[in-house]
Design a protein around this ligand. Structure first.
Ligand SMILES: Cc1ncc(COP(=O)(O)O)c(C=O)c1O
Length: 442
């Protein structure tokens, strides 16, 4: 199917004169001829400047869990607007929303709001450091926790395996290298390595910051046993366990990944699905830790708990808590996986799915990856090529194979049928394309 990009590309040429890369976030730049500008989103579909209508599996990296412009949430947001915005004072609804979050997530004994996932995780890290009076932290290789300096380190694959800590590099210029000594990296699902770091850095580690289903790394999932061991190791070594639920929260289960795994965090962070796309995030956790806020630990901000976002959060969480929306999302995700599997098996293509059906990673190797290094061993270039064809077929998945396919409650039967038909085209086109080096299974 040919896709017109004339208006998108014309707008790009104009926008790039005033905006770096022509966009408001680096990740939205997909090249001079493939950068998309959206006119409108409704349900599971979004429309670009060329009137291409896409079935969207990115959902703004997760937030639109009920679908774009959900009328119930938007109506609530309009009522929130009537409240008046922000006052540098508090409103009653903060308590109502905090109560709902505590009901859904047992670890959320106390709650504070912020505006973005980044802000919530920054606050969690600061709080853990203050509580333990230690500065270092441990994060998983391949994880993403936001655009702040402390979370923007990575370990190149080829450097892994050396004795001691692997070489660490900043993701961005402008990050002071002097701060890198605080970050320690471990691979997912290796409890021995985690314990080893805790022992070697004894007395220095404030927290383990972990996303048990890695929403920016295909959805690579921790084994339940690994997470339980990590919990026990944190207790043993006096380390605060921060579970970053910015992507998994109110998505993989009402109580998030913590409910799915039966593991309780000391601190946890939420954003994305909380308000169906209105900007709000949550820092929550154990009362004794959270009470340090205001007693030595700074937290707040001008736009925190904005009346529009708060009203949208109240309605979104009510829907997620009191309806079968999450079951329907998981069911759609399972049927999408099954349909894709049928097409791939018919063509002898080795594959597996990673993560949770509501945020699935499609992995081109027989066995699902257990850590970031495994992903490097898959045929991700096949995924990247197929994704381009899917875009031309108006199915919007992330161009980078590490980002899972997000499902909303608005994805319906027509979305499923159209997606599976387009998927077959994308796979066949990619197989046919010159230079495809894809290895078939068996
Ligand atoms: C697990 C996780 N933590 C934190 C963030 C940062 O959230 P935000 O982009 O709202 O700042 C993200 C964003 O994708 C995320 O996936």
């Amino acid at each position: 199917m040919s896709r017109k990009m004339n208006q998108n590309n014309a707008h790009f040429r104009q926008a790039v004169r005033r905006l770096p890369l022509g966009v408001a976030s680096n990740f939205r730049y997909w090249g001079e001829e493939r950068t998309i500008y959206i006119k409108q989103g409704r349900g599971a579909r979004i429309v670009d400047l060329d009137d291409n209508v896409y079935i969207d599996y990115r959902l703004g990296y997760g937030p639109a869990i009920l679908g774009y412009a959900d009328p119930r949430v938007d109506e609530a947001a309009r009522k929130g607007m009537e409240v008046g915005g922000v006052f540098a004072l508090s409103t009653e609804r903060e308590y109502t929303v905090a109560e709902r979050i505590s009901k859904m997530v047992p670890a959320a004994e106390l709650v504070r709001f912020s505006n973005s996932g980044t802000e919530a995780v920054m606050a969690a890290l600061r709080l853990a450091r203050a509580y333990t009076k230690k500065d270092d932290y441990v994060i998983l290789e391949g994880s993403y926790h936001g655009l702040f300096d402390a979370a923007m380190w990575y370990t190149p694959m080829d450097k892994w395996g050396q004795v001691g800590d692997p070489e660490v590099y900043p993701y961005s210029e402008g990050i002071p290298v002097s701060t890198k000594s605080f970050a320690h990296f471990v691979q997912a699902n290796d409890a021995n390595q985690l314990e080893d770091v805790f022992k070697r850095k004894a007395g220095r580690i404030a927290c383990l910051l972990i996303e048990p289903i890695m929403g920016n790394c295909l959805g690579i999932a921790a084994d339940p046993e690994y997470l339980r061991t990590a919990r026990a190791l944190c207790d043993k070594h006096g380390v605060v366990l921060i579970i970053d639920e910015v992507k998994t929260g109110f998505r993989v289960a009402k109580g998030g990944v913590q409910q799915l795994y039966g593991v309780k965090a000391d601190l946890c962070t939420f954003a994305k699905a909380v308000a169906n796309g209105y900007p709000i995030s949550v820092l929550a956790g154990r009362e004794d830790i959270m009470r340090k806020i205001g007693k030595g630990v700074a937290h707040g901000g001008t736009y925190t708990a904005h009346s529009v976002s708060l009203a949208a959060a109240e309605k979104t969480l009510e829907i997620l808590d009191e309806t079968d929306a999450l079951e329907r999302i998981a069911d759609y995700g399972t049927r999408l996986r099954n349909g894709m599997s049928v097409s791939l098996k018919a063509r002898g293509i080795a594959h597996s799915f990673v993560g949770h059906p509501s945020m699935s990673g499609l992995y081109f190797a027989k066995d699902p990856p257990r850590n970031y290094r495994d992903w490097k061993g898959s045929d991700y270039s096949f995924y990247d090529a197929a994704a381009k064809v899917l875009h031309d077929e108006r199915i919007l998945c992330e161009p980078d194979s590490r980002e899972p396919w997000f499902i909303s409650a608005a994805h319906d039967e027509s979305c499923l049928t159209e997606t599976l038909a387009a998927f077959e085209i994308a796979i066949d086109t990619t197989l046919r394309s010159a230079g495809s080096t894809h290895k078939k299974s068996g």
